[in-house]
Design a protein around this ligand. Structure first.
Ligand code: G3I
Length: 375
């Protein structure tokens, strides 16, 4: 079956909104059941407090997901508040929940320019080269050893690109690790991660790779050139995490363009995942039902492309319910009138939305992982 995007450049404008009432009858199946049909995984970023305190959220996580990731509790700011003093309580609860429910788990994230404890950057700035390397790899050692065998894939390095910061190579200049070591911090991080847990799948993740916009085009170009350099140096990267924070009312989307980008990435022999999917609806129609249908249509157009690539093994949303989405607090995306952003598969009352059906439908139409529909 040749997907429609091969013949045209489907965009948001071309997506037919899902008709009212098209939401499938509520049944007990979850999105993970749809993902499993093609050998794939669906999941979400979760917070341990919500798993403890919100019964509907906990039930949805158990029903809908077969992979989980920590929204913030394995970031170094939370996990190592003082040098050498760790707090993995929240992350442990999430991993225990995943294990109790037979789910896979991602680790997010080992090396990032932000969400670091306040002591780290000053320590790196005053350290010599060997100590700078130790300051970075110490967290890799401790976190990966703790969860070896329970976290099967890690965002080893997150958000290393930022063309707006003036570097010709599009790398993120305002980055403590880049300032300390240059881009070879990435080499060190991945080689260390491979040494510590040789069974884990090692991801490089980033955002702004999805839309048909100058912003995303610059980021895609920088990513591909970075991969040429890293893989050329033998850096052990296994996979690319495409975050998937989409903003259809601000930037266009062309299915064929995104399909070609995914083909180029999988052409390196890399696995792929959509790791943080949500859809910023600010700027959409004021009527929430109409907006929900448009968001669902765009989500399906995006996932039809992603899931047609045999290297895409999993899709995770950055949250389960609109009630707790970061979108509703983030300046660029939050609604001025304070209404919730509606960018996730479940609304603020944990009811399914058309986006849920769109995700289910995209998984139902997907070829088995490792094979593709297209010739
Ligand atoms: O839970 C603590 C609370 O105990 C404390 O009193 C409070 C004040 O410091 O902080 C609370 O933690 C906050 C946490 O979210 C949980 O709400 C952190 O401050 C806050 O920085 C953290 O923000 C997260 C942000 O990454 C930075 O880590 C967001 O939840 C999370 O959605 C966001 O996720 C990022 C991905 O990691 C990378 N891709 C982009 C994505 C969206 O920005």
């Amino acid at each position: 079956m040749r997907r429609e995007f091969l013949t045209g450049a489907a965009t948001l404008a071309a997506c037919s909104p899902i008709p009212p009432g098209a939401a499938r009858a509520v049944s007990r199946e979850g999105l993970a059941d749809h993902a499993r049909q093609s050998g794939r995984y669906f999941g979400a970023a979760v917070k341990s407090r919500l798993l403890r305190e919100d019964r509907a959220y906990r039930a949805a996580a158990a029903r809908e997901c077969n992979i989980l990731v920590q929204e913030y509790e394995l970031k170094r700011k939370t996990a190592e508040p003082k040098p050498g003093r760790y707090d993995f309580k929240g992350a442990d609860e999430i991993i225990d929940f995943a294990q109790q429910h037979g789910m896979r788990a991602r680790g997010h994230t080992l090396v990032w320019y932000t969400a670091n404890p306040t002591w780290l950057e000053p320590a790196v700035e005053r350290a010599g080269k060997a100590e700078q390397r130790r300051l970075m790899t110490s967290y890799i050692d401790v976190a990966m050893r703790r969860y070896a065998g329970r976290i099967s894939e890690w965002d080893v390095v997150n958000e290393t690109l930022e063309p707006n910061q003036g570097r010709a190579d599009g790398m993120r200049a305002e980055n403590l690790w880049m300032k300390a070591m240059g881009e070879h911090y990435i080499d060190l991080a991945f080689h260390r991660a491979r040494e510590v847990d040789g069974d884990a799948t090692l991801f490089l993740g980033d955002y702004g790779l999805e839309h048909d916009s100058p912003r995303c085009e610059r980021r895609r170009t920088a990513m591909l050139k970075l991969l040429d350099r890293l893989l050329g140096r033998g850096v052990p990267i296994d996979a690319i995490g495409i975050q998937g924070h989409l903003k259809p009312y601000k930037e266009p989307f062309k299915q064929r363009q995104f399909a070609d980008f995914l083909d180029t990435l999988s052409g390196y022999g890399l696995k792929l995942a959509i790791t943080e999917l949500d859809i910023a609806d600010r700027g959409g129609p004021p009527n929430p039902e109409k907006r929900d249908r448009e968001v669902a249509a765009f989500g399906k157009a995006f996932l039809d492309v992603a899931l047609d690539n045999p290297a895409v093994e999993s899709v995770l949303c950055w949250g389960i319910s609109d009630q707790y989405s970061w979108l509703s607090n983030y300046p660029e995306y939050k609604w001025p009138d304070g209404q919730l952003s509606r960018g996730l598969p479940f609304d603020g009352k944990m009811a399914r939305k058309p986006f849920w059906d769109a995700i289910a439908g995209a998984f139902d139409a997907a070829p088995p992982v490792g094979r593709r529909n297209r010739a």
